[in-house]
Design a protein around this ligand. Structure first.
Ligand code: PHE
Length: 461
């Protein structure tokens, strides 16, 4: 099915250099604020601060969603990108020109656009925290770190300024090209991030009371399961794995022919899940052992708890700087994948050059992000159904748009493509069968059930 133009396109668009190119870049995309900031935050919201609560149920449903829906959709997206060598819209169109499938790709590009506009706000927080860490503004005192965070949120100019800075950095990487930037840095920094996370995980579990984090996270109260919880767990699986908007299709399109999709998908899914779990153990370990009050919405947990735990380890001040730098970097490799997807569309479909595509789309995304930046201060009271502009952007992207994009991918690879077209990719017949089964039945039914439940049953259940 590979036609020659798409192969040429793939070469002129650049491809990954090393053997692990795809895995590194995809891991860079997947591991980000979704794991480090949002997963602990959602877990907190569902858990309400005590063990035997909804947190364990949320984590359990999340893990099930990753395994049963996330992993098969991940395989399907890598498959589509690798096979066509094209951006999400082109990938669908080149395989099935008729039937409107390309709109699934189009929805993905649009979602990436919106998602990046508010993601970049939180990404900007990491830049401020690197500066705080360097200048010694962060202390081990929980109250001080809490009020520092609140004060920072309250400043419209700083929220917009750091958002602008982050978008600028992202555009710069995109202009530099795919392989040189992302691949090289991820390869060096990902192991360091994992190392620091591992040290912190052990430290927080060995603090007095720290191990309560484990009961909090892994002891499910099944009665806490409701429609809202399941929807957010499924949404978070898509968000965290970068699925449903074509980022993985785009990265798959730069994959070398000899790289195998099965092991690649497994590595990315495992790594992503590991980071999310470690981040939560660290955050809740500190909360329980230091008796921290979780800040009101829990939205700042990553920023308010981390300085406290670092004050309890040797060379903490130095490690704290490194840690925030790494988080910033993890966020950057995610924003890069979002902007790359949007730009690849402009480059391939509208014939723009890389620089222009990145600058134009990046600029527009920055502008759309401004109301999200103001959601923490000037527009904090402008809520609808209890949600700010920022909350709505996130709610819509993560819980509706990404799962619907994932549904499109599952239906496309499961039903529109023939058995012959997908065969042989996994190298095992049993695995191919299980994969197809999830794409044809399991994933679509699950996604439809949660999104329709939301649409017809109301948002807040
Ligand atoms: N997966 C990224 C994270 O967890 C966010 C992201 C979502 C990136 C969708 C690309 C596409 O931070």
């Amino acid at each position: 099915m590979k036609n020659t133009t798409s192969v040429q396109d793939a070469t002129s668009r650049g491809s990954f250099a090393g053997r692990l190119g795809f895995v590194l870049a995809a891991a860079g995309s997947a591991v980000g604020l979704g794991n480090l900031w949002k997963f602990p935050y959602l877990t907190y919201r569902h858990g309400g601060g005590s063990e035997g609560s909804g947190a364990g149920a949320f984590v359990l449903i999340y893990l099930a969603a990753v395994l049963l829906i996330g992993a098969p959709v991940m395989l399907a997206e890598i498959f589509l990108g690798k096979k066509t060598g094209l951006n999400p819209v082109g990938a669908f169109r080149s395989l099935r020109p008729k039937g409107g499938w390309k709109f699934v790709g189009g929805l993905g590009v649009a979602t990436g656009f919106v998602l990046l506009s508010y993601y970049s706000i939180v990404a900007g927080w990491t830049v401020q925290y690197v500066i705080y860490a360097v200048t010694g503004a962060l202390s081990g005192d929980a109250d001080t770190s809490g009020s520092l965070f609140t004060g920072f949120l309250a400043s419209p100019s700083r929220q917009i300024g750091f958002h602008a800075a982050f978008m600028g950095m992202t555009i710069a990487v995109i202009v530099g090209g795919v392989s040189k930037g992302i691949e090289r840095w991820t390869k060096m920094l990902m192991p360091v991030l994992l190392g620091i996370l591992a040290v912190l995980t052990v430290r927080s579990l060995t603090l007095p009371g720290g191990s309560r984090a484990l009961t909090f996270l892994f002891y499910p109260d099944f009665s806490a399961i409701n429609r809202g919880l399941v929807l957010e767990a499924v949404g978070q699986a898509f968000f965290s794995l970068s699925l449903g908007m074509g980022a993985i299709i785009t990265y798959g399109s730069y994959m070398k022919r000899e790289e195998r999709i099965g092991p690649a998908a497994v590595s990315v899914v495992l790594l992503d899940t590991l980071v999310a779990l470690m981040a939560s153990i660290i955050v809740f370990g500190s909360i329980f052992s230091f008796n921290l009050s979780m800040d009101s919405g829990g939205i700042g947990n990553l920023f308010t708890t981390i300085p406290v735990i670092f004050s309890k380890i040797p060379a903490g001040a130095l490690l704290l700087i490194m840690f925030y730098l790494l988080i910033m970097f993890a966020a950057l490799t995610s924003t890069v994948s979002l902007l790359e997807t949007v730009s690849a569309y402009f480059i391939d479909e509208l014939g723009m050059n890389r620089k222009k595509a990145a600058a134009l789309s990046g600029g527009a995304i920055f502008a759309l992000g401004i109301p999200s930046a103001l959601s923490f201060n000037l527009m904090a009271d402008a809520t609808l159904g209890g949600r700010t502009f920022f909350d709505w952007m996130d709610y819509f992207c993560a819980n509706i748009s990404l799962p619907l994009g994932g549904l499109g991918v599952a239906l496309f690879v499961g039903w529109a493509l023939t058995q012959r077209e997908v065969e042989g990719e996994l190298g095992s017949e049993v695995l191919t069968k299980a994969w197809r089964f999830s794409l044809r039945y399991l994933a679509p039914v699950a996604i439809l059930a949660v999104t329709l439940g939301m649409l017809f049953g109301g948002v807040d259940a």
